[in-house]
Design a protein around this ligand. Sequence first.
Ligand SMILES: *Cc1c(COP(=O)(O)O)cnc(C)c1O
Length: 421
Amino acid sequence: MGISNQQLFKRAQEVIPGGVNSPVRSFRSVGGSPYFVARAEGAYVWDVEGRRYLDYVQSWGASILGHAHPKVIEAIRAAAGDGTSYGAPTEREVLLAEAICARVEGCENVRLVSSGTEAGMSAVRVARGFTGRDRILIFEGCYHGHSDGLLAAGGSGVATLGLPASAGVPPGAVAETVVVPYNVVPEIGDDVAAVIVEPIAANMGLVAPERGFLEGLRAACDAAGALLIFDEVITGFRVGLGGCAAVFGVRPDLWCFGKVIGGGLPLAAFGGRRDVMEALAPLGPVYQAGTLSGNPLATAAGLAVLDLLDDSSFTELAHRAASLAEGLAAVLADADFAVQVPVQGPLLSVFFSDAPVRNYADASAAAATGTYAKLFAALLDQNVAFAPSPYEVLFPSLAHTDDEIARTVDVVAAAARAIRA
Ligand SMILES: *Cc1c(COP(=O)(O)O)cnc(C)c1O
């Protein structure tokens, strides 16, 4: 017999804080202990004990094609044979930047980085450098990575000057970060450098922008001379080739991309207006850099993924998400749960709430029912892996067939009855 999940988790906890390299993987918010993945293919992952799970985590959205797509793996293999990092520019960096700028209208310049955290942090820095202003506005429940200035917590419901959302973040680091509720256009003063927003919020479960919200932000930023930043680390190249800007017809000044564009390797990007991006070194005074930025393996994976996506991919994905959402809503309601299953294109999530969820306060009330954690455990028992947190969305991939979607709905129906019993 090989090693078990339990044995590995025990060893992991001896040498890695909490046994994990990113906290949500620990299952803390749903209970139980994590499975350790040995391999993955398409819609499935296998753990070290050989158990197979139908996977809706999909590397938190990085795997839009499903795991280990043969064309992506082949691109990575071929790239690796030529060396894994040079510290000098490469052709694929140019190709990937061209591919992004060609698909996202208004994105004239991009710089490649290695994580969404870096993308958010750097977008804010260039916005501050370009405008000569310090203050930024963020929305409660949106996530922009774990850089100090973006780890601010708000009070409930009202605009608050940010308090550190984590120990180790000095108050000074968030002194210029204002936290406001999602889905309300805030007042934007002329001291604001930028407003950063997830145009579809997907880190408090799925919360859609209400009609007029993004348009209102655009107008308010224009009036104040502030920049609008769309953090499309989840939605970029997932809701469509042009991202949320194309879907909603609102163009930001800057974008953050990640997840999908790295094809499962560490790659992200920030970009936007040429005049703003040219404030970056070496052209301008805003410093930003990275030893592994534009890494040859990561750009190979990203290019392979973008090459396989066209408009029909997103239509197909949205169709599968819609049927999953419809199925989940029906079987959970049948089992007498007050439930909301919002869906936006290819993204969906499950809230145990009797009213639509509009913001973080609503989302946390739904999470506090504890029902999601029960559903998660009952599904995992049946080898269906939902996200191990009520604040995450589901990521059906292009490898999830209609059959797998239908089977998921059946398993959720049985799980819902089991929770009730
Ligand atoms: C995942 C995520 C990030 C952070 O990306 P990392 O690669 O984990 O650093 C930033 N913004 C959004 C919207 C995300 O979903």
